[in-house]
Design a protein around this ligand. Structure first.
Ligand code: BG6
Length: 791
């Protein structure tokens, strides 16, 4: 017994599938299909149905099958669930009820659940397959592993398959993988090399289900069949623009742990839309069925793409996303996420054929309708003087319509003023009877319309392609890395960008419309107004804001998020009043981390803030170059200024660096700032000064030990912290106390002790400089969050 098992194991390890990959050359025999994650959502929804379809198609092909649903749970628990899933498979209309029942019964008989957790589980599976082959005298055709599990498990499973579950000699091994294949170039490369040490490239089938959509897989054949019409016009002289769009109406509730790490660019643009783009623009292969040629031509497109940077993308986030994240990830109410749920990206191909042709890739959740399409819009140089509805004047376009939307079925549409496309083979048919709909600006009757003779599910299509070894329907390692190469630089340039918040659904109106200017893309509307009733969850929570007194001045207190929102709204009110009165609003802001949440709020939610008429001044600055992350100006710039439309000449950083030196008295930086301030700010009185308090009671850069009259009438001074050697430049008490409104923002539990002390002490400027903030004619308001107030 021991000897037999040992020999069997040796045999298993020695055998390797030779990866024979084409349908014509693969030998008939026994095929084992193993879905790892066989009781998961994807398997339940699409995979078992796809494999049942494969079984039906292959039933008289000479091949025999076994199906295994693999999972981590023990068999006793998972088997009933597994069979419930299998019982739900169905036949296509062309199969009679009796035959269908028979096929289903056979399919269920050939299927079993297996626990696939440890290496021994995989070894046992291999042994059982071997045993069955021997007992029934069958030749093995191949083993198909479908890994429907999270990507972090891929490398380990691939290794187990490699070491203990390869098929017998001459049979093929195919391992199918689902995205995500990494989250950037580097991680994709690491995953690819881990997989590469266990599997050969030809054994890996990376799925992009868009390549299984009938309309997407029709792109290359359509371009080939209609070459005589398309060759002369498939270029920059004729194409106005290419749009590849996937609009969705659903949110991402339930998927947030995945989605918040990925966002729409990684989830949809990097894969589905990019694949469509390459199919539309790649050089046509001499033979569309030649996988190698197709993959090589696709790769060429990637190498011709112009790099994507920040100016080639706009991003958005639906309004309620943030609270969904807080809920699903158990985050506090001040947790902010920058993950985009909407993106519009503008790509260009640096090849003579497409030079200057904008290629738009757009996708988003919570949009007005569910629809997916790729449109090639052609230039139209005909001007109709009288009859604008004349066919010559209408849009000239070809649309690969993936489904849903007004049409509700997949189709290829060619506007009638272009050409009448060929309809070849039996798989596609022309549609001549239409319901009265319009598609992308034209009534359906203005198009020649083709649709698949029979609608097929993408996964079923791809499963049949895996079985046939048609590698051009899958993502090769090179293709994958090239695609990440395209997206990674853009993704890193967007890491700290704020998405535009949109209310969701039809309410988005024209808020997400984009404008193309040369190689750049931007939102069409600069100002976005979201009325309070469209603010979703955030507004549903009534603000629990408390008004009171602190150190005899007014105090506003609330939970952090409400406090920040109240302050942002109050600041906007002051700004609007000042502009209404004098045409300008002078704001002085502090550095440090406390105001960051306020800056974020202003940038992301206060689209109507009057930045054009606002001048931003600095309360204080560290003696470091402004480009250093420690610089207060750098922080204000990164977190606020660069996200809002404020004129350059309205921004007033402190001149801490002059003559290539930092804060040297002789360079006169203090005087310069003071002069600029006196010249521009009426009476040197800012409309609004935003201050914080340090743990040691300092405010601005006025540290303990400072004297009330230390800076005399000066507005600006070079100061020094006793504990820190760095010099600072700061507004003086004189400048601060001249302001119309001064706000002291204090947040976080860490400040509770200080707040308690401040509530008790009298004015003690040298110990707590903040107590010297007493606007002469203006008002002082403390904004203290509950964490700091209550502790
Ligand atoms: C998936 C994405 O790959 O594609 C989903 O993860 C997206 O977020 C889906 O909804 C879109 O596919 P389809 O076939 O519904 O257009």
């Amino acid at each position: 017994m021991f000897v037999t098992v040992f020999l069997l194991l040796v045999a298993l390890c020695a055998h390797g599938g030779n990866g024979e990959d084409s349908e014509e050359t693969q030998r008939p025999g026994h095929v084992s299909v193993i879905i790892v994650g066989g009781t998961g959502d994807l398997a339940k929804k699409y995979l078992w149905q796809g494999f049942f379809q494969l079984y039906i198609n292959q039933v008289s092909s000479g091949n025999t099958f076994s199906f295994y649903g693999g999972g981590l749970s023990p068999g006793e628990k998972a088997t009933p669930v597994f069979f419930e899933i299998l019982k739900a498979v169905s036949c296509t209309k062309d199969v009679s009820q009796e035959r269908c029942a028979l096929l289903k019964e056979q399919f269920l008989r050939l299927s079993q659940y297996r626990q696939l957790k440890t290496l021994e589980d995989y070894q046992d599976l291999a042994k059982d397959i071997e045993k069955q082959l021997q007992q029934e005298g069958m030749t093995e055709a191949g083993r198909l592993f479908y890994l429907s599990v999270p990507a972090f498990a891929y490398a380990d499973i691939a290794e187990k398959i490699n070491s203990s579950c390869r098929p017998t000699s001459g049979a093929w091994l195919r391992v199918v993988l689902e995205k995500p294949f990494g989250h950037d170039y580097r991680s994709a490369q690491v995953l690819a090399s881990q997989l590469g040490s266990a599997l050969k490239d030809e054994e890996m089938y990376r799925i992009d289900h868009y390549l299984g959509k009938q309309v997407v897989s029709k792109i290359l054949p359509f371009r080939t069949e209609n070459r005589k019409y398309l060759d002369p016009i498939w270029n920059r002289h004729h194409i106005e623009r290419v749009e590849i769009v996937l609009k969705e109406t659903l949110d991402v509730k339930g998927r947030i742990p995945f989605y918040d790490q990925y966002g729409v660019i990684r989830d949809v643009l990097q894969n589905h839309l990019t694949e469509v783009m390459t199919l539309l623009t790649m050089k046509l292969p001499a033979n569309v069925s030649n996988s190698e040629e197709v993959l090589q031509n696709k790769l060429q497109i990637f190498s011709s793409l112009l790099p994507l940077g920040k100016n080639q993308a706009v991003i958005g986030q639906y309004q309620t996303y943030k609270s969904e994240v807080q809920q699903e990830l158990n985050k506090t109410k001040d947790h902010v996420t920058l993950t985009p749920t909407f993106a519009a990206v503008l790509a260009h191909i640096n090849e003579a054929q497409y030079e200057g042709v904008p290629i738009l890739l757009i996708s988003g959740k919570m949009l007005d309708e569910r629809v997916g399409y790729a449109r090639i819009l052609f230039k139209n140089d005909v001007f109709c003087l009288q009859n604008h509805n004349n066919v010559h004047c209408k849009a000239k376009q070809i649309i690969f319509y993936f489904g849903h939307g007004s049409l509700q079925y997949p189709a290829v549409l060619v506007s009638k003023n272009l050409f009448k496309p060929a309809v070849t083979g039996s798989e596609w048919k022309e549609v001549t009877e239409h319901k009265d709909v319009s598609v992308l600006g034209l009534p359906i009757s203005d198009y020649y319309v083709q649709t698949p003779a029979e609608e097929k599910e993408a996964y079923s299509e791809l499963i049949s392609h895996i079985f046939a070894g048609r590698k051009n329907s899958f993502i090769s390692t090179e293709n994958l890395l090239a695609s990440w190469g395209m997206w990674t630089s853009l993704l890193s340039s967007l890491t700290s960008s704020f998405p535009r918040i949109y209310p969701g659904g039809a309410e988005n109106g024209d808020m997400l419309d984009v404008r193309l200017r040369g190689k750049d893309i931007s939102y069409n509307s600069e100002v976005v107004i979201i009325s309070p009733d469209k603010m979703g969850d955030a507004s549903a929570n009534s603000f629990k804001v408390m008004q009171g007194k602190f150190r005899s001045a007014d105090m506003v207190s609330a939970w952090t998020e409400e406090l920040v929102e109240t302050l942002a709204a109050d600041m906007q009110e002051v700004a609007e009043a000042a502009i209404h009165e004098g045409g300008v609003f002078h704001l002085a802001v502090s550095g440090g981390s406390t105001p960051l949440a306020l800056f974020h709020r202003l940038a992301v939610h206060h689209f109507t803030f009057p930045w054009r008429n606002t001048h931003v001044w600095m309360v204080d600055e560290r003696c470091v170059p402004l480009t250093e992350p420690e610089s207060n100006f750098y922080s204000v710039h990164e977190n606020l200024l660069k996200h809002v439309k404020i004129p350059y000449y309205n921004i007033h950083p402190m001149p801490v660096q002059l003559n290539q030196r930092l804060c040297v008295e002789d360079d006169g930086g203090v005087l310069l700032y003071e002069k600029e301030l006196s010249r521009l700010v009426n009476g040197s009185s800012f409309h609004f000064v935003l201050l914080g308090v340090g743990y040691d009671g300092h405010t601005a850069s006025l540290f303990p030990g400072v004297k009330a009259d230390q800076h005399g009438q000066s507005l600006v001074a070079l100061t020094e912290s006793p504990s820190k050697p760095h010099q600072r430049m700061s507004l003086t008490f004189n400048a601060i106390n001249r302001a119309h409104k001064v706000v002291l923002l204090v947040m976080g539990k860490g400040k509770h002790e200080l707040v308690t002390q401040l509530s008790r002490v009298k004015d003690a400027l040298d110990k707590y400089p903040v107590t010297g903030v007493k606007p002469a004619n203006g008002s002082l308001v403390w904004y203290i969050d509950y964490d700091a107030l209550i502790g």
